[in-house]
Design a protein around this ligand. Sequence first.
Ligand SMILES: *[C@@H]1O[C@H](CO)[C@@H](O)[C@H](O)[C@H]1NC(C)=O
Ligand SMILES: *[C@@H]1O[C@H](CO)[C@@H](O)[C@H](O)[C@H]1NC(C)=O
Ligand SMILES: *[C@@H]1O[C@H](CO)[C@@H](O)[C@H](O)[C@H]1NC(C)=O
Ligand SMILES: *[C@@H]1O[C@H](CO)[C@@H](O)[C@H](O)[C@H]1NC(C)=O
Length: 528
Amino acid sequence: MAFQLLKLVLTVLQFQLILTDHCIKRYFDQNSFVCACDTRSCPSIPGTTRPPKGYIDQWISSSQHRFNFTQIDLARLTKPLNPPTLVITLKLNDRRQTIHGFGGAFTDATRLNLLTLPMALQDQIMRDYFSTDGIDYSIGRVPIAGTDFSDRAYTYDDNNDEEDLELKHFALQHEDTNLKIPMIKRALELKNGTFRLICSSWSSPGWMKTNGKLVGAGYLRGLPGGRYYKTWAKYLIKFLDSYAEEGINFWAMTTQNEPDIAFEVSDFSFQTLLFTPENMRDWVKYDLGPELEKSGYGKDKLNLLLLDDNRQLLVNWTQVILTDETAASFINGIAFHWYKINNEPHYDELNVVHNNFPNHFLIATEACEGYQSSSAIKAQLGNWTRAETYAKDILEDLNRYTTGWVDWNLVLDTKGGPSTDGNSADALILVDTDKNEYYRNPMFYSFGHFSKFIPPDSVYIGHQVQGNSAGVYLAAFEDPSNQMVIVILNTNDNPVDLVINKFATVPVSITLDGHSIQTLITPSSNVN
Ligand SMILES: *[C@@H]1O[C@H](CO)[C@@H](O)[C@H](O)[C@H]1NC(C)=O
Ligand SMILES: *[C@@H]1O[C@H](CO)[C@@H](O)[C@H](O)[C@H]1NC(C)=O
Ligand SMILES: *[C@@H]1O[C@H](CO)[C@@H](O)[C@H](O)[C@H]1NC(C)=O
Ligand SMILES: *[C@@H]1O[C@H](CO)[C@@H](O)[C@H](O)[C@H]1NC(C)=O
């Protein structure tokens, strides 16, 4: 009875939300805006439709627009007056990687921010991300215990200072039962289609570590094959089992979040665990790989992803680990993060690693704006440049065999938190915890140009460029329901005239507005 009543109240609260068909623009500086949502007015996000034969659906976002929709009738397409600056020709036989998906992370901070909002807004944010009337995420990353975006440091066996090599005290924490699991379950309910969960650990319990605590530079004690490395593998399996009991099954696990970061950042004060490529190789080979197999999480059940750290490490780590036949046999893919060290993105490492190890797929597993330095602007409302840095990075990765792209915190507050030690960052959605409202940043829409329109199992199609492509980035796909999809970003101030060949039955001439991103969709049967 109480439950029925609760359900009724929830339903009523849901209906309080009034959806509008246009962005409710809120300017925090003169240049660009966020789309604001409160219970009295919240912009809906249009679902997608299938363009009929002979038409192209065109979605445009820019510093002026968000998901502006037009249907182009190919029969009425006019020839350009001037020769175009840029000609793109799709190479239909150059079919490369299959897409695994796009998504973000179910951090503790995400749910702490959601809980400050009325129920109807909490659920609208979940819809924004996970439904087709949203940007339709197909991947969720789940931290194993605490991260820097939690409100305390914790693991599942912080047994005071005592060792617990048998993991007798292993237990999920209130963050799992009250924060993460409810969010994941709601996403699973909303999601109609493939949804893939990836889990990653930040720190082991302090008693397993050489520095004795959750934060800062410490390795597991002893050597791979030894007690601590073995116990750490068993701990991860207990996590997988505990979530499975909740009906939450993972598609992938990374071997460790940012195993190198405490080497790179001096005075590192987050929860972390160090590995060298050599002890990672041996741990996978002697402990993690065999334990996963023994427990029913072999590589055909759960994808094991290597690295989960920045691109500049890709070549060395794969060289050490994937040249070892046994270690390589347990690993399905290679995860990497977007953060640039000394402003150098190291994109070419993706091609090198793909060429060296073509049977191990590449996937981007973490990104956020505002990380650059302590002086960088962390969370920011309405910065369109960040929409472009996201889109550019995604396109650079997709053009180099990357199969998916996962953002960091789904939701932060307007200061870019909360976090354990004042670390803060930007996010696609920011909540004003005092005002009962939230904001969709420009990045939400630019990322949506990928996540909403390139479903899992789409295949990357190569392309050729003629003319001046400076500042223009694009990638093309065929989706599993036989539609061609192309995403194009123009980072220039000026418009660019463009012709796309082999996308539709006729060459498609369009203009890319300055500082805009667009997604074009047309039935593949149009292609001749
Ligand atoms: C979409 O873009 C066109 C062309 O710039 C503009 O006229 C129209 O108002 C836009 N629609 C919305 C809903 O902003
Ligand atoms: C789920 O997807 C299927 C096919 O993709 C579609 O026919 C159906 O209407 C969708 N259901 C909902 C609730 O969106
Ligand atoms: C990769 O390994 C080489 C040889 O050990 C070393 O000189 C180089 O600094 C390493 N690069 C990175 C990015 O760690
Ligand atoms: C917007 O973000 C970019 C990238 O982080 C930054 O360089 C720029 O200064 C920001 N713009 C403003 C107006 O703060």
